[in-house]
Design a protein around this ligand. Structure first.
Ligand code: NDP
Length: 392
């Protein structure tokens, strides 16, 4: 029986609330708070049990503190934007509330995906006896747990890790992103970076590609090398890892539109003056692109996200692939969202469930791979994201 505050009434937030309501014996009292209260109320109206809703500006620590002191949650699930991570962590510390998020902090004026800002809270959370769980989505999130599981169950040592993210779905729109367009485009247009023999190697965005044959009829697709935040924590926490890369599929259509938008300056985060007002081109672009939430009823097809791992077991070299396949239309039928929101929201609920039931506990700031993967792997199978694995 726990009281949980969920911040952010977007695509992911909606899935988190739906999934928490499926486990009322743990999430007995829920409050959904966001910048726009009407969005919280619209989600609340779809749920099988009553929840509380509230308006909050999560950039303001004092507003968050007032809300937390009033509702008194045990845990705060942050599914607003990465810009709000630090203010929400500050409020949690002030009010004695555990913390969970799905994306690492990013400063607004620089597309930098680094954990150091949040790792700097380690001592404060430890001293307060509170737990902060970072990156409990799919990637980061499940991909970290898959890697920890592989190390626990399949390998003595992991040498190489390739995280491969495929969205083989189609929403029928000329150009749209499956989660917050501003965050998505900042991530995709950032330089690629991978770990090779103890150092980071940087390359131009979307320039390195190869083909990967996805399982269960999805088939061969081009995958592009990118940087993704879980590489930073995994290379720190998985001993002996020599190489770690992150790959994602993009349709030719998506890349064509993105290239044009980049060439004409629409993806820039440098402020410009327009009609006497300062605007950021990427934020303006977000305003004219389809809301990812509106893609739910339109998207068909499946996602396939997994880890391809090479290493040693009993002195022998071994290659292992572990993945989840998720169907956009089935997600929509269950919770009214497409699979990208679903695959993020379900792990957020599972991380929260493990914290609230004491399966995962500790004082300090944790990345997912630092905790025992077994209970999380069991819950994935129970709550809509079953995984499969094979030795290659
Ligand atoms: P959306 O843009 O759909 O939702 C974000 C929500 O946060 C919106 O409702 C927005 O309010 C609210 N919000 C924004 N700023 C504030 C603020 N200052 N105070 C209060 N509420 C605020 O994004 P998504 O749901 O697609 O993504 C949510 C998070 O999930 C992001 O951090 C994203 O990076 C992460 N993510 C993680 C993935 C993973 O696998 N780990 C994959 C996909 C996403 P309003 O509606 O008023 O704008």
């Amino acid at each position: 029986m726990s009281r949980v505050l969920i911040i952010g009434a977007g695509g992911v937030g909606s899935v988190v609330v739906h999934k928490c309501c499926q486990v009322p014996e743990v999430f007995s009292e829920i409050m959904l708070a966001s910048r726009t209260r009407e969005k919280c109320d619209a989600i609340a109206a779809q749920l099988p049990m009553p929840i509380k809703t509230a308006q909050v500006d999560a950039d303001q620590v004092d507003e968050l503190v007032a809300l937390m002191n009033d509702f008194k949650p045990e845990l705060c699930i942050n599914v607003a934007l990465p810009y709000q991570d630090l203010t929400i962590m500050d409020a949690c510390l002030e009010c004695g509330v555990h913390y969970l998020d799905t994306a690492n902090y990013e400063p607004r004026d620089e597309a930098k995906f680094e954990y150091h800002w949040q790792w700097a809270y380690q001592e404060r959370f430890k001293k307060a006896g509170l737990m902060a769980l970072l990156g409990s989505g799919f990637d980061p999130g499940v991909t970290n747990v898959f890697t920890a599981w592989a190390l626990k169950a399949e390998f003595d040592e992991i040498r190489e890790l390739d995280i491969i993210d495929c969205n083989a779905g189609d929403h029928g729109q000329p150009f749209a992103t499956n989660f917050n367009p501003e965050i998505n485009i900042r991530e995709v247009t950032a330089p690629a970076r991978h770990w090779d023999n103890g150092q980071w190697v940087e390359s131009q965005a979307l320039q390195t590609a190869q083909e990967f044959d996805f399982p269960e009829g999805i088939g061969p697709k081009k995958i592009y090398l990118m940087y993704h935040e879980e590489l930073e924590s995994l290379t720190r926490h998985i001993p002996g890892i020599k190489k770690a890369r992150f790959w994602m599929t993009f349709s030719d259509n998506y890349l064509k539109h993105l290239e044009v938008l980049q060439n004409i300056g629409m993806t820039s985060i440098e402020p410009i003056e327009y009609n006497g007002q300062e605007i950021i081109p990427l934020q303006f672009l977000k305003a004219v692109l389809p809301d990812p939430g509106s893609l739910g009823p339109l998207t068909k097809g499946r996602t396939c996200i997994g880890c391809l791992i090479k290493g040693l077991k009993d002195g022998q070299e071994k290659q292992y692939y572990i993945y989840n396949i998720c169907d956009h239309e089935q997600c929509y039928k269950e919770v009214g969202a497409q699979a990208v929101s679903y695959t993020t929201g379900v792990p957020a609920m599972i991380g929260a469930l493990l914290m609230l039931t004491g399966s995962w506990k500790g004082a300090g700031v944790f990345n997912m791979e630092e905790l025992d993967p077994t209970p999380f792997m069991e819950k994935l199978n129970l709550h809509g994201l079953p995984w499969k694995d094979r030795i290659l």
